[in-house]
Ligand binder design. Structure first.
Ligand SMILES: O=C(O)CCC(=O)C(=O)O
Length: 327
């Protein structure tokens, strides 16, 4: 890592390409192909709404991001302004910090460059089926023996200030995650249930059950624990119902989440009812493509595909995004 870059404390969103050389970028078709999801993985995502077990980071890269995470958990007031959301219990011991933040990519070079990691970009392209941008990143840290939950929810319930729905979430573990330390859970197939109202992210894990019908409530018996080693990722659909239980273990459970959107995504803020939640977000005008420097283009089909030979397995985006929203 370049020391002079590490000292940068200005807004890294001004750099619309990697700054730290953390990830070697593929140049040839063969270099891209090693990151490609198989046809079966893509079909499984289309059917179940998630795909898991995809390696994004080496152990060394995880270590570097965890070092940066400690810095992000103790930023000064000036740096805090770069975040779209910042919530911390401010515990002095880094292992005890309960933390949720949006916008870390603007603050440290490793998290900035993570959004260009080739394994992430290739899989996200296949699962969105087209060129895409960063929507935002998120950090979720649950300290040991912490009772907090992330209640069952759909991501797009919180994102209706953008349109159309053509978004994707990638969850990357910065610790080994399992049922003891609060791993994510999915309800397979729930991405086909249409858009549900917001029922809250904290407090009652099961609040969403009040807006589901009897049959849908039975699917909770089939919930899937997304256990993953650190550095590995899962991807889920914007309507997938997911959540995480408390961390009962003596280990932390840290994760970084990358939220992407199709390159043509528009602002839909005119009649948005929760504008106060967006006060620190970048400007997003009604019906205008979100193409400012805060939403960098991460995969440009026209540019990258020249390096990619042959047929790339991709989702059927029409069925998976537009049609499912109206179901
Ligand atoms: O990491 C967690 O516990 C929650 C993550 C989440 O809700 C998400 O990735 O959308």
């Amino acid at each position: 890592m370049n020391e002079s870059i590490l000292k940068l404390n200005n807004d890294l969103s001004q750099y619309s390409s990697p700054v730290a050389g953390l990830f070697e970028q593929p140049k040839t078709a063969a270099e891209w192909e090693k990151y490609m999801l198989t046809r079966e993985q893509v079909a499984s995502f289309q059917e179940h709404g998630f795909v898991s077990g995809i390696r994004i980071l080496t152990e060394e890269q995880v270590g570097l991001l965890n070092e940066e995470l400690v810095k992000l958990q103790s930023v000064n007031e000036e740096e805090k302004k770069l975040f779209y959301h910042y919530e911390s219990n401010e515990a002095e011991d880094p292992d005890k910090v309960l933390f949720h933040a949006i916008g870390g990519w603007r603050v440290t070079p490793g998290f900035h460059d993570l959004i260009w990691s080739p394994a992430y970009r290739m899989a996200a392209y296949q699962l969105l089926g087209q060129s895409f941008r960063l929507f935002h990143d998120q950090l979720f840290c649950k300290p040991p023996l912490h009772g907090g939950v992330v209640a069952w929810h759909q991501d797009f319930s919180y994102w209706t200030f953008t349109k159309p729905m053509h978004h994707l979430t990638c969850w990357i573990g910065l610790d080994d995650a399992n049922t003891e330390n609060g791993c994510l859970y999915f309800l397979p197939g729930s991405h086909k249930w249409g858009l549900l109202p917001i029922t809250g992210l904290t407090g009652d894990m099961n609040a969403i059950k009040n807006v589901l019908n009897e049959e849908q409530n039975t699917v909770f018996e089939n919930k899937v624990a997304n256990e993953l080693p650190k550095g590995y990722a899962s991807f889920h659909h914007p309507l997938m119902i997911h959540g995480s239980y408390a961390n009962y273990s003596a280990r932390p459970r840290r994760a970084v989440v990358l939220n992407a959107m199709a390159s043509h995504t528009l602002g839909n803020t005119a009649n948005y009812e929760r504008m106060e939640a967006l006060h620190n977000f970048p400007p997003m005008e009604q019906n205008k493509v979100l193409d400012s420097r805060f939403f960098p283009l991460l995969f440009d089909e026209n540019k990258e595909l020249a390096a990619l030979a042959g047929d790339i397995p991709k989702v059927n985006a029409g069925d998976l995004y537009n049609d499912l929203l109206s179901s």
